[in-house]
Write a protein that binds this ligand. Structure first.
Ligand code: ACM
Length: 528
């Protein structure tokens, strides 16, 4: 393979016989109407880095041409990029394919093409002569970001979307609510953010007894912020999948509206871990959440809507009159079936509105709702069972997909939680469990990495935990070929220069820099 260090690695790449295209003040870009979004994006990105204007060309007068051709046989989201004696031509199967072709085009330039302004003296830009034909392996190439445990300010989220797009990922699963915070404005229930969007302090690390920082934490996205985020992502061919976690992980909502809960009033959570406070199963609580989802659906056009469903302790329901009455009236066997019943109410609600329910693999317990798609996180078993039962699945097992997990066995890793998950481990994991190879693999929509932020209290610490592991993950969901870490590593090393140019504070291959450590902050390990 020629040394362009493209990442993710394209399906086919050949060097061309031409000198390449030198970018100058008169280099023009032209695009079909279906490719105009990418034209604007490319002009903005390359324009900022090079200082060149890239005026609109007209057909033959343009050196960079973008077009959509569904008849070119490139496959969904596929593209062809040719740089030859005529200029650069990107043909996409669809607008997303054109965008990925433009992302590849940018990677053909030196890392300084990822800066926001040109460096003095670095005025020579040449696109090398190549022919790239490429398309993704999976339709779901995702990243879940938990903005509930620690809020990601809007500008940081927009930057994060750019970083996902650069890696040709196409799903941002936003975990918007949890015990420790509610992060999306809901007009009919203003206390969700007035009360639920902040907590008095946060647990630091995972030691026992817990240690707190004594400092309020909060933040939320207004509905207009969400509209902006969704549109910004859509322009980069990323779907934002919202998650409103029910019926567990709901303490922030219960703090705002105590009538949603089962017990005494509570504060927004300050501690990490699984909390016993859960929603009650009354009609008014169900109606309340239908009201929440009415607004969520208006904000997020995503076909998939995540209702969480994970880690819902059943203790409160065992002694709750409302829960026990519901179990009797609905003829349910136990509290697991009650959770299923609860989730099914939202499956029906979403199906009636043309949406699909997405939930963590606990939604399998007590019977899976008809239209549900499962996020397999507690290993691969949930995904295998759901796929065999004819459900779609997204793979994200802890051992290979949890980017909150420690990046090495070194005690200097900041807040070392979970098991060791190195960049090489992420890279060599395959999204399709071998058990599904013979049948069921077609139910695997794809995979995602999950970024739980209990121990990432700033965008800087998110950078450290996410990169470069996300760069490795991107290739597992994009590239069909077999993957060898020895082949990947030199490309990743070059790719780090792009991340440097973008100002991404990734974990250096040699380990955390002194200011990236968290001396004395305890993590946790799974019990063996
Ligand atoms: C999860 O990690 N609780 C889905």
């Amino acid at each position: 393979m020629p040394a362009f260090s493209l990442l993710p690695r394209p399906a086919e790449l050949a060097t061309g016989a031409y000198d390449g295209l030198v970018l100058t003040p008169s280099t023009r870009i032209d695009a079909d109407s279906a490719a105009r979004g990418t034209e604007a994006w490319l002009r903005a990105e390359l324009g900022a880095a090079t200082g060149l204007p890239f005026p609109r060309g007209d057909g033959e007068s343009a050196q960079i041409r973008l077009s959509v051709d569904a008849a070119a046989g490139l496959g969904t989201e596929g593209y062809r990029l040719i740089v030859d004696g005529e200029g650069a031509l990107i043909v996409g199967n669809d607008p997303a394919g054109v965008f990925y072709g433009a992302q590849t085009l940018r990677q053909l330039l030196p890392p300084d093409a990822f800066r926001r302004a040109p460096l003095a003296g670095a005025a020579h830009w040449t696109l090398p002569s190549v022919r790239v034909t490429d398309r993704p392996r999976f339709a779901w190439r995702g990243c879940m970001l938990d903005v509930a445990r620690h809020f990601m300010p809007k500008h940081g989220l927009l930057r994060f979307i750019d970083l996902l797009a650069m890696h040709k990922l196409n799903v941002l699963h936003l975990h918007l609510t949890d015990d420790q915070g509610w992060r999306v404005e809901i007009k009919r229930y203003p206390r969700l953010t007035e009360v639920g969007a902040w907590r008095a302090e946060s647990q630091v690390g995972a030691g026992q007894p817990p240690v707190y920082d004594g400092r309020p934490h909060g933040g939320f996205y207004t509905q207009d912020d969400i509209r902006e985020i969704v549109a910004y992502a859509a322009a980069r061919h990323i779907t934002v999948v919202p998650e409103i976690d029910i019926p567990g992980h709901s303490q922030a909502a219960i703090a705002a509206y105590p009538e949603l809960g089962e017990g005494d009033p509570v504060d927004v959570g300050r501690d990490w871990g699984v909390i016993e406070t859960v929603l009650n199963v009354s009609d008014t609580t169900l109606d309340f959440y239908r009201g929440v989802f009415d607004e969520v659906l208006e904000l997020f056009p995503s076909r998939y809507v995540c209702v969480g469903g994970d880690e819902c302790p059943k203790k409160q329901w065992r002694t709750s009159e409302t829960a026990q009455r519901r179990i009797r009236e609905e003829g349910l066997a136990d509290e697991d079936e009650l959770q299923s019943w609860f989730i099914r109410q939202f499956d029906a609600y979403l199906a009636e509105r043309g949406r699909r329910l997405l939930g963590w693999d606990e939604i399998l317990e007590g019977g899976l709702a008809e239209g549900a798609t499962v996020l397999s996180w507690r290993g691969t078993e949930g995904g295998i069972a759901a796929a065999r039962a004819g459900h779609d699945v997204v793979m994200c097992p802890t051992a290979t997909s949890y980017l909150d997990y420690r990046q090495s066995a070194d005690p200097d890793e900041p807040v070392p939680v979970g098991t060791v998950l190195t960049t090489a481990d992420v890279y060599t994991a395959d999204p399709v469990p071998p058990e599904l190879a013979a049948s069921g693999a077609d139910r695997v929509l794809g995979a995602q990495v999950n970024v739980w932020t209990e121990h990432m209290d700033t965008p800087r610490s998110v950078d450290f935990m996410v990169f470069p592991r996300l760069s490795a993950f991107a290739e597992t969901v994009w590239t069909r070929d077999t993957r060898e870490y020895a082949e990947f590593w030199p490309r990743l090393r070059d790719h780090l220069r792009r991340l440097d140019a973008l100002g991404v504070e990734y974990r250096p291959p040699a380990g955390p820099l002194p200011w990236q450590r968290r001396p004395g902050v305890a993590g946790w390990s799974p019990r063996s």
